[in-house]
Write a protein that binds this ligand. Structure first.
Ligand SMILES: *Cc1c(COP(=O)(O)O)cnc(C)c1O
Length: 390
């Protein structure tokens, strides 16, 4: 008897399985083609099987897959330099995932204050946050859904309501080591923090010395139409987590930091067997090269503005199904009146793939390389899906 499935049953999977991907399209074994507005949850930033990524992966695979971080890894140095050149950061550590990046961000904050000789036990976080599934990341986000049954939880986090200025002001005192948040909450339902609030938060952190830690795992790497979402507000964090899109589908994450914030992280204080290995960094360097090439992000902004406008039309035409469109760039959420899960299923029947999120939202996360024609097709399919729910 073997009633327990061979794959640990922690996922609610859709009854779909794909054998091939090309650009914004996924194909089932039957040959059925789906337009993919999930991008592996903001991972396949350049679509499926981007020829330049396939080529660089192939070349690196033939040259060298893996060496330990005992040695200098040229692709890692190159990718770190590209990230430093294009961001606020002075230094980068590579991980394999977003949650590992969150772990290091937390360690970096704690070590900073340890070296400064100050007691700062608390990191402020926000309701609706998602920082991954490690014990530290679930403690940071604090939701019952993620933490129930996994206690005792790591101490040192205080979770505040999202968008409550007074609660933040009251909590941000001299015991706060850092404030950690997503500039646009992803899993939480595409909830952007207004630019003015992020600016205000930067000022408030500067007043008490607290470090500002931004989780751009989902909203970074061009997704909002800027390389990183915080650029829209014109302020910079002290520490930032990146993952998902940076590997284009190859597991890769990173923590970016200023020299000051990273100053406690000396030799021996952190490490990773796979983090920043040659295959991952060769691919990551190509992704960053493509996303930062002249014109790429302008194109994302242009396409997404048109897409958003046509989505507003779909929402207006189906007021029983939709409440509003929110988000930025190609990180969009349809806040639904009908159950979001029903819309995801109806879209799937139209061979259009979308991602559910909290707050009854359906996420639309097309590859950044999707064409205007494909976005128009997605809009048409979404309209047909909404029609079936009316
Ligand atoms: C997905 C996600 C993570 C976790 O990344 P993993 O690679 O799944 O560990 C962390 N933060 C945000 C904002 C995410 O969207």
């Amino acid at each position: 008897m073997n009633a327990f499935p061979p794959v640990l049953p922690t996922y609610n999977r859709m009854p779909l399985s794909f054998v091939k991907g090309e650009g914004a399209w996924l194909t089932e074994a039957s040959g059925a083609r789906y337009l993919d507005l999930t991008s592996g949850i903001a991972v396949n930033a350049l679509g499926h099987a981007h020829p330049d990524l396939v080529q660089v992966l192939h070349e690196q695979a033939q040259a060298l897959w893996h060496v330990s971080n005992l040695y200098t890894i040229p692709a890692q140095e190159q990718l770190a330099q590209a990230l430093v050149d294009n961001t606020f950061a002075d230094t980068v550590f590579f991980t394999n995932s977003g949650t590992e990046a969150a772990e290091l961000a937390i360690k970096m904050v704690r070590k900073y204050w340890y070296e400064a000789g100050e007691e700062r036990p608390t990191i402020l976080t926000f309701e609706g946050a998602f920082h991954g599934r490690s014990t530290g990341a679930i403690a940071a986000a604090g939701s019952d859904k993620m933490t129930k049954g996994f206690g005792p939880l790591m101490p040192g986090f205080k979770v505040l309501p999202w968008g409550d200025h007074d609660a933040l002001t009251a909590a941000l005192d001299g015991s706060v080591a850092a404030v950690m948040l997503e500039p646009v909450q992803g899993e939480g339902g595409i909830r952007p923090l207004p630019d003015a609030c992020l600016k205000g938060l930067r000022d408030a952190c500067d007043k008490t010395g607290a470090l500002l830690v931004l989780d751009e795992v989902q909203c970074g790497m061009g997704r909002t139409g800027r390389l990183f979402a915080h650029e829209w507000a014109g302020v910079a964090p002290d520490i930032m987590m990146v993952a998902k899109g940076i590997g284009g589908g190859f597991p890769l994450g990173a923590v970016l930091a200023t020299a000051r914030a990273a100053s406690g992280m000396t030799a021996g204080t952190h490490g990773s067997t796979y983090g920043g290995n040659p295959l991952a960094c060769a691919v990551g360097a190509k992704v960053v090269e493509i996303v930062t090439a002249p014109g790429f992000l302008e194109d994302v902004r242009r396409k997404s503005a048109n897409f958003r406008q046509s989505l507003e039309g779909v929402v207006a035409a189906h007021p029983d199904v939709f409440e509003m469109v929110r988000g930025q760039g190609l990180l969009l959420g349809l806040k639904c009146r009908a159950p979001a899960a029903d819309l995801v299923r109806a879209a799937q029947d139209q061979q259009l793939l979308t991602v559910p999120a909290a707050d009854n939202v359906v996420r639309l996360l097309p590859p950044l390389t999707i064409t205007a024609e494909e976005l128009a097709e997605a809009t048409a399919r979404l309209g047909r899906a909404a029609q079936t729910l009316a």
